[in-house]
Design a protein. Structure first.
Length: 365
């Protein structure tokens, strides 16, 4: 009977995580399109980016101040951490994160949805297994695994999520845990297929043709990713001094400074560097010929500055998916020299460099 209850709880957590991911991502995406594109058309009226960033930033910092005042003087670290497992805290995490991303933060939803998914697992675990802390903790891991599967709409990604979460909590991957990951991943992918969801990051079609030129390009991209992470860390350290200088100001004064800085970066860098960047990869590739090598380099540098500013100023969100946009742009730059290079292989090469550097920089996760 207990085993059936455990399986049932895994199905419940995975389904709830899939639904949370789907509707939160859709709410953020549609809100950004309606407000920034349809209502104010900031793509054509670029100067409107400034007042819109200020108004929406005011809403975000206000929501954070009144809903979670303890967090307003702290950055969003890594993939986020879950507060006390209550439904109220779950709603707060999603609301504050929603306002942050819609306000224009150049950050991703991962640092919002990770704590939300952990909370789902913890809440279900506490309700069903009050006296079994081990099972309750396992359901938090299920939440993380299910979210990984959701982001990439892939069963394999869920298994990768198992490896990452067990490493984080220092638990060995055992056969029972592997079975749990399989059930959670399959359930998540099935629910999302029913909802007709698509992967969070869209990449162009790719083929792999091995050549010495492509191999050398991959080596160069690993180095470029390594350097990009260090640049991200240094830019963040510089912007953090600005936040430290204004941390005693009122929340609305801090919101104006944060929004003004972000809007200036967006005006200088263009619409490609706005928001998370997952929907800007294909447009960036389509515009790469007109941008040229110098234009693509500017896009990379400005996106890194926008990510660093958003994080340092206290916007909520993660750095992983925005960094994927940076990595994608670096791959497009490499394509000018090695046209046969597979986009996915190049992307993996950059991310290897980024996450290798992050072992020392400690900013991405």
């Amino acid at each position: 009977m207990k085993k059936l209850l455990v399986v049932f709880s895994i199905l419940i957590v995975s389904t709830l995580v899939a639904l949370t991911y789907f509707y939160f991502e859709a709410a953020v995406r549609h809100s950004i399109h309606y407000i920034w594109d349809d209502w104010f058309n900031t793509g054509a009226n670029r100067l409107l980016v400034v007042p819109l960033s200020i108004v929406l930033g005011f809403l975000f910092f206000g929501a954070q101040h009144y809903l979670d005042p303890k967090s307003e003087n702290h950055e969003s670290h890594g993939l986020g951490s879950a507060p006390k497992p209550t439904v109220v805290n779950f709603i707060k995490v999603l609301l504050i994160g929603f306002f942050s991303l819609v306000a224009g933060a150049s950050l991703g939803p991962e640092a919002i949805l990770v704590p939300a998914s952990l909370l789902i697992g913890s809440i279900v675990g506490v309700k069903l297994f009050k006296k079994d802390k081990q099972l309750a903790g396992m359901l938090s891991m299920v939440g993380f695994i299910a979210l990984f599967a959701a982001f990439f709409d892939s069963f394999i990604a869920g298994i990768l999520g198992l490896v990452l979460v067990t490493k984080e909590v220092k638990v060995k991957v055992t056969p029972p845990l592997a079975v749990v990951a399989v059930i959670a991943s399959l359930t998540t992918v099935y629910v999302l297929s029913f909802l007709e969801s698509s992967p969070f990051v869209n990449t162009p079609p790719h083929v792999w043709k091995f050549s010495i030129q492509s191999l050398l390009a991959c080596i160069g991209l690993v180095a470029a990713g390594y350097g990009a992470t260090y640049l991200l860390g240094n830019a963040h350290s510089g912007f953090a001094r600005v936040r430290k200088a204004i941390h005693k100001r009122t929340w609305w004064q801090r919101s104006i400074v944060a929004a003004l800085g972000l809007s200036v970066l967006y005006l200088l860098g263009g619409s490609l560097i706005e928001f998370t960047g997952n929907e800007s990869i294909v447009p960036m590739i389509e515009q790469s010929a007109s941008l040229g090598l110098s234009g693509l380099i500017v896009v990379v540098l400005m996106k890194i500055l926008a990510i660093s500013w958003s994080k340092a100023m206290g916007y909520r969100g993660g750095l992983v998916f925005p960094s994927v946009f940076v990595a994608s742009t670096l791959v497009v730059i490499a394509h000018t020299w090695a046209p046969e290079l597979s986009f996915i292989v190049g992307l993996i090469a950059v991310l290897v460099g980024m996450f290798t550097a992050d072992r020392k920089v400690k900013i991405l996760v």
